[in-house]
Design a protein around this ligand. Structure first.
Ligand code: ADP
Length: 457
């Protein structure tokens, strides 16, 4: 049994922006269940769901440490999005390292915690026995900053400003925090095997491809799981009516959601998307899919919100244009309960990401009886097997994929899926059942992380 400490910016459900939060809770819960002593360090945000903390600790079996580096770094009423985010998370990382007492494993997540790896090597000799693992959940955000910002955490930025250390590969006068995590950790992982390959290519690596290739010996992909206790359609706390039978449950929530959103109660397939509305997620492709789905006799529900004002405004316009459309509903907010209802109601679940490190929504969707229609990239490619083009038997297929992130790709995949729902109910049922049967719990990934940590049970 090992003592493991995670350092991250998010933890579900008390501090959640996206999938990172879900991973921290799901993995920590499973490691604790396996008997390890697990602690998760997150910033003491003023906007935390404080009431949820005790309940989470009790039910999940791991310790939560709220790190307060002093000052007003985390008194901003938000998680990210401040102009001084780099300084905020440098202060957080430093304070988190200072709180560590002899962990065997220090597991850092994304750029916000990455600097802890070089910091420990440079300044904390007592922690040098600990194994440092760094997991990259998204290579898009790397944390680029001027060398003197590191002064604030007593690191000599200029000592690290060489290309074999932390100098940004695109802009060598700047420090790249994520690169520091890669160079100074013992093991580096990312959240799916396909994404691990993609980031070694110029398009996927966002300037870090060379660094990944150089460190490939200690780099691997471990596919995320989902928290199957939280995401359990038969016992879901956020679904008011508990229905065991998947097809009866689907029928019930299709009706409920349509009622709630004022949509027509017609025998049409519901296509849904639940997502952050950022360029990575294929904004134009989502917009195109809405109109195309309706043209082909389906209904479309989008739950999403954007941190980018222009994108949010664009979708608000689209929502208003569709205000009287009985087959379209856009809900432009972050709403945990609605997300559960929509997974329960959806027939098809659409994820057209331009890149996707792992993606959790397609896994949740399958567990709730929806068939994923996804772009073949990253973790989406690792988890969705196309019924027509994978060359696999129906038994081993669970959805639809398309390769090119363009309108033609979207149309061909959606048409095939909608056509199957409309004309081949038996095949459709098979796809749904195959998805329902899959095990995407954390038990398998947690074992992989134990291997990465080099520990047993
Ligand atoms: P990412 O981490 O890039 O946001 P993932 O697919 O890994 O994407 O994880 C997304 C998580 O956030 C899922 O749990 C999904 O249900 C949730 N989510 C995304 N947008 C919303 C929203 N508007 N309301 C509620 N939950 C959301």
């Amino acid at each position: 049994m090992a003592k493991i400490v995670h350092v991250a910016a998010e933890l579900s459900p008390i501090a959640k922006v996206g999938g990172l939060a879900d991973v921290l809770t799901g993995l920590s819960r499973e490691l604790a269940r396996a008997g390890h002593e697990v602690e998760v360090m997150i910033p003491e945000y003023d906007c935390l769901d404080y009431e949820g903390i005790i309940a989470l600790e009790k039910s999940a079996g791991f310790k939560i440490t709220l790190v307060n580096p002093g000052g007003d770094w985390f008194q901003r009423g938000c998680f990210y999005g401040c102009v001084d985010d780099i300084s905020r998370y440098l202060a957080f990382s430093r304070a988190a390292v200072e709180l560590m007492v002899d962990p065997e494993i220090i597991h850092l997540h994304d750029w916000q915690a990455a600097v802890a790896a070089p910091l420990i090597r440079a300044r904390f000799p007592d922690l040098r026995k600990s194994k440092i693992v760094f997991t990259i959940h998204n290579v898009e955000h790397q944390g680029s900053t001027s060398p003197d910002t590191l002064d604030a955490i007593e690191m000599e930025g200029k000592d690290f400003l060489t290309l074999d250390r932390m100098a940004d590969n695109y802009d060598p006068g700047r420090i790249n925090l994520m690169k520091g995590g890669i160079v100074y950790s013992d093991v580096v992982t990312t959240v799916s095997p396909r994404y691990a390959e993609e980031v070694m290519s110029p398009v996927g690596g966002r300037g870090l491809e060379e660094t990944f290739r150089l460190h490939r010996e200690k780099f691997r992909g471990v596919l995320n799981g989902i928290d199957t206790v939280y995401w359990d359609p038969a016992k879901d706390k956020l679904l008011p009516k508990k229905i065991k039978d998947p097809s009866k449950r689907k029928a019930h929530y299709r009706q409920e959601v349509r009622k709630q959103f004022g949509m027509a109660q017609e025998e049409r397939p519901i296509v849904a998307t639940v997502t952050r509305l950022v360029p990575q997620k294929g904004i134009d492709l989502i917009k195109h899919a809405i109109g195309h789905t309706v043209e082909r006799g389906g209904q479309f529900i989008l739950l999403g919100t954007s941190p980018i004002p222009e994108i949010q405004a664009d979708f608000e316009r689209l929502r208003d244009q569709n205000a009287d459309n009985p087959h379209v509903h856009l809900e432009l907010s972050h709403d945990e309960q609605l997300a559960h209802w929509i997974y329960a109601a959806a027939d098809l679940f659409f994820v057209p990401s331009l890149f996707e490190p792992c993606g959790l929504t397609q896994l949740i969707a399958m567990r709730y009886g929806a068939v994923p229609v996804v772009r073949e990239t990253g973790g989406l490619a690792d988890t969705v097997v196309d019924i027509d083009y994978s060359g696999k038997e129906l038994e081993n297929c669970n959805g639809y994929t398309f390769r090119d992130p363009d309108l033609g790709g979207v149309e061909s995949a959606l048409d095939r899926a909608l056509g199957c729902w409309q004309n081949e109910p038996d095949t459709w049922k098979k796809l749904v059942d195959n998805g329902l049967r899959e095990d995407h719990s954390w038990s398998v990934p947690a074992r992989h992380y134990e291997e990465v940590y080099g520990i047993g049970r």
